[in-house]
Write a protein that binds this ligand. Sequence first.
Ligand code: UDP
Length: 340
Amino acid sequence: MRILLTGGAGYIGSHVALVLLEAGHDVLVLDDFSNSSREAIERVEELTGRSIDTIECDLADQAASSAALRDEAFDAVIHLAGLKAVGESVAQPSRYYRTNLVSTLNLLDIMAEHGVTKLVFSSSATVYSPAAEGVLNLDESQPSGTGITNPYGWTKAMNEQIIRDVQTGRPELEAVLLRYFNPVGAHPSGRIGEDPAGIPNNLMPFVTQVAIGRRDHLAVFGDQYPTHDGTGVRDYIHVMDLAEGHLAALDGLRPGVEAYNLGTGDGQSVLDIVKAFSAASGQEVRYEVVAPRPGDVARAVADPAKANRELGWRATRTIEDACRDSWAWQSQNPNGYAGR
Ligand code: UDP
């Protein structure tokens, strides 16, 4: 198939592009490069020996995106484009709602214009309601779309609803909502990886930047949670496993809308990650415990059984693999793509 991959130059998108190309699909990337790099696309081309068609366009611009895709043919869409920083979404809610919701609406219209019925959407474990997060492992039947603590998470929940409603009006639509847990790691070559702009919000890129000496120490957000060592527990999934989940989702599409967790089913604490990363990299990761971060939950771990069963997909890589691959990326690219 020829797959339209929105946000294909980003951290997850570049790994998805690689996996699609390696599976024999053709890839058309649409990206506005506002928080991503052309270099990532070039490196995927180098790694796969395949070329990627690329359109630079803001999907939230209806006229521009519709025109840019008018003469393009594609069989399926994987929609990853969007703004993704939780803290920024609290400070700039209008921008987050406008960008993330309008992009999806435009894309759904473009799909209808082109007669395309296959859609894989990048959702997030943040759609689960905080009440559900007391549950040991979250499955897809847990309540979602209420009590979300930031606009970013709301845009994911609202996009899920938009896709469900559009599918009701267009029953031939085949959609999968992939609820990502915590993506970490990089391609094992270390050629592509996560390159956050500014100070990283997420744990793993912060840890790798401490290890390389770009940051002095990690602030551990709270150590009094009811977890095995008091620090927050999450389900860290290797980005290559996550990318393979998109391929499995494409193969599993059928009319309707289905949500699937992409996670490992295992929980790791902040201190577990610090230890695993130190062991994998041979670098000390200095840290200091500070106050909990508002809005954080003690534990969020997937029950991935539905994806295992219905998509025939499971995460196979370990947290040690993820730490080793993150370090390969960070140590070969100390300043990300800008450092070339
Ligand atoms: N965390 C931390 N220090 C940081 C960033 C994150 O202690 O600088 C913790 C955070 O409190 C949570 C875990 O690491 O328990 C994962 O946070 P992240 O922001 O990566 O993902 P989230 O699960 O919040 O989406």
